[in-house]
Design a protein around this ligand. Structure first.
Ligand code: BGC
Length: 475
């Protein structure tokens, strides 16, 4: 909505009373927070396996290859889940997509906890993977569609904060339960928050943008009025959405085929997710305990040092939330990549010097903590936020499905080839390779990433479809 439209519409109906307005704003935030529980589930279920795997391996006498399957079946299913999520969320709505994910989370956690064999465990992990794929697709999309533009960045980043909280909590429960080797409890406990998330989904309204796409303008207006400070603001936003929907060109794949402008935003989303994964974040997330053990930490010290990584990840994401709508996406992303580049150069340098003296080991831990903090202030939250903002309404499900699928496919690829690359290049050059990727991310950000702070989704869409440069889609 443009400033002029806001003004005229407020003049027409007058500003909302202090209570109605603040209640609606609070309601929008609560709705965003409930949907962000999807992020918590994402984090819990991806994080929990790190600590459980060793015990599972022992109980089922599972070889390393089988253990890799237990881990990676979830990522492959998540990639698949993000693809079906596009269809579910387009046909049945974002809310029902989240509900479906929550049911899969409950079923998957239950099955994993009770699994009598590796095969059943893998089926459980596949259900969880489908759930994570659907949730990672639908939650940022839903949150960006219900949030007011002035807090949209913070709200989608809150989702990422919940991902990091989930990873951290999973590391902590793993550490606590590891003393008795209780892997079934580690995996089964996840059903509790999943059931809560399921209940939360029942209270969510449908996204007004999705309702408009279905031609249900009356219901869309009702929901929008519940979530906006004044009825006039809500009505103006609905008019903007209606305007964008009048454009020609079909939806989804047909739209992708017919519109070169839409192809550009899809490509940008895909590129952002590839770059997010080649920063090297998940090498750290999945292999941190191994890296610490290689640095002569004891087993339990390594688990707690990993929990520290999770804590820093979470705290720095909090920093991003505070500044994303003040400083904007581009400055934070550039700062983030610069920090990650520096940290990887440092880690590579320390690995090249080698040895296990205290300064070298301490320096390595510091470099890894710096790296994760760098990721969390930018590449983590900004990528999910930007991907949810840049796609035009009619192609949003398709565009975000493409970028979310890419996230999981790249995640799977990087974590699978990491050990091979490390064996071929050695540790230093592997770190330096990640440093180069992070440097490249700065160049891509400078050249193509728009500043979407405070700009409505409809304005972004109008500029995209008018053929403006990607960098200029925002302000
Ligand atoms: C990434 C995940 C990563 C997580 C770590 C997310 O933004 O997509 O791959 O594990 O951040 O916090």
């Amino acid at each position: 909505m443009t400033a002029d439209q806001t003004k005229t519409s407020q003049e027409a109906t007058g500003p909302a009373g202090p209570h109605g307005g603040s209640q609606a704003a609070a309601r929008a935030v609560v709705v965003g927070i409930l949907a962000a529980m999807a992020g918590l589930m994402f984090g819990l279920d991806t994080g929990v396996i790190a600590g459980a795997l060793g015990f599972i391996g022992d109980e089922f006498h599972a070889a390393a290859r089988t253990q890799e399957w237990i881990v990676s079946s979830m990522m492959a299913a998540a990639a698949l889940g993000s693809l079906v999520a596009g269809r579910i969320s387009f046909r049945l709505g974002r809310r029902r997509a989240l509900l479906a994910a929550s049911l899969l989370f409950v079923a998957g956690a239950g099955l994993c906890a009770l699994a009598p064999s590796v095969a059943v465990l893998i089926v459980g992990r596949i259900l969880l993977g489908l759930a994570v794929g659907i949730a990672a697709f639908a939650a940022p999309l839903y949150i960006s569609e219900v949030s007011q533009e002035s807090v949209r960045g913070a709200m989608v980043s809150f989702y990422q904060l919940m991902v990091t909280l989930g990873i951290f909590l999973a590391y902590v429960t793993d550490s606590l339960l590891s003393y008795g080797g209780h892997w079934r409890w580690m995996l089964g406990l996840m059903a509790g928050p999943a059931a809560l998330f399921c209940a939360a989904c029942l209270f969510l309204p449908d996204s007004p943008r999705w309702l408009m796409m279905r031609g249900e303008r009356g219901r869309a207006s009702q929901v929008m009025r519940l979530l906006r400070v004044s009825p006039a603001d809500a009505d103006a936003e609905i008019r903007d959405i209606a305007q964008e929907l009048k454009r020609e060109g079909g939806s989804g794949l047909a739209f992708f085929r017919s519109s070169p402008n839409f192809r550009r935003s899809v490509l940008l989303g895909v590129a952002l997710q590839v770059m997010q994964q080649v920063t090297g974040i998940n090498v750290l997330m999945y292999y941190a305990p191994k890296i610490f053990q290689a640095a002569h930490f004891g087993v339990s010290a390594a688990t707690w040092a990993t929990a520290l990584i999770g804590l820093v990840n979470m705290a720095a994401t909090g920093f991003a939330i505070a500044f994303i709508d003040r400083w904007g996406r581009r400055p934070l992303l550039i700062l983030s990549c610069a920090i990650m580049t520096g940290a990887m150069v440092m880690a590579g340098g320390l690995a090249a010097v080698g040895g296990d003296s205290t300064p070298i080991l301490g320096g390595m831990v510091a470099a890894l903590l710096l790296f994760v903090a760098g990721f969390a202030i930018g590449a983590g939250p900004m990528v999910w936020t930007l991907c949810s903002e840049i796609q035009p309404l009619r192609g949003r499900d398709f565009g975000i499905a493409c970028s979310t699928f890419t996230n999981w496919a790249a995640n799977w690829l990087v974590s699978n080839v990491f050990l091979t690359v490390m064996a071929a290049l050695g540790q230093s050059w592997t770190f330096w390779l990640f440093a180069i990727m992070n440097g490249l991310f700065i160049v891509i950000t400078l050249a193509y990433v728009p500043e979407t702070r405070g700009v409505s989704l409809e304005e972004i869409e109008a500029r995209l479809m008018a053929g403006r440069k990607l960098r200029e889609l925002g302000r």
